[in-house]
Design a protein around this ligand. Sequence first.
Ligand code: PD2
Ligand code: ZN
Length: 290
Amino acid sequence: MSQTITPELRRWIIEQATAGFTPEAVLASMVSSGWQESVALLALETTLREHLRTQAAAKPAEPVATASAGDTVPVPDLDLSQSPRQIDAGDRMVDVIATLNHPRVVVLGNLLSAEECDALIEAARPHLARSLTVETKTGGEELNPDRTSSGMFFTRGQTPEVARVEARIARLLNWPLENGEGFQVLNYKPGAEYKPHYDYFDPNEPGTPTILRRGGQRVATLVMYLNEPTRGGGTTFPDVGFEVAPVRGNAVFFSYDRAHPATRTLHGGAPVIEGEKWVATKWLREREFN
Ligand code: PD2
Ligand code: ZN
């Protein structure tokens, strides 16, 4: 079935944006009223872009509240120009299992040894607490019902394993080690999940400028699987119907060159059905994170 982007739809999108609804909220509302996600995204992007352009032309000095379809920034990436089966990460050869371009997703095998996975789990275990997420309304942290895992953060270089793996990641992704947040380790028990979300900070939220002072935006994520749940617990990308199985030592990398759903990086941790799941997440920022 084909769906047409009519002038009425464009007017409605602009009304929603002007009323303060985020692009994510407008997109969700369109999808729930029957629009195909891809058509809705295209309509949102083209309409807001054009709206921003005409507004900027009319009132050059005024900041535009809906400025979210903005410019792209450089992001980390692996050098896969030669379609290598393996890639040299300095102290280890890492397998390239699958790649996708939009969203940019790379599934990696053998990024971590079994010993490294175990060492990270055991160093994290005594420090687990129910997960918080960064609260962009205030810039603080809050308990999030969409995230039923427990977690903890390492600081960069906190243990020899952490430092070794961080150096490997910096080389693999061609991104300065200093631009990485410390690892976050998450533990999911049966029933626990992380509902679909974006990892970038929502530019429309009032707390975001405070968060961005420390290193700028997040531009990429690396989720490393430290063990294998018996059933469930995949990392899902609902916009593109893609799911990565949690396999010990493997990882999924994805990047987002702007803080916008058009990156198609909506992703979640599917509920663990049996067994438990451990992951370590590395978020990469635009600039040095200290
Ligand atoms: O544990 C996962 O699979 C997962 C899914 C979505 C982790 C994260 N997001 C994250 O740490 O941001
Ligand atoms: Zn995430």
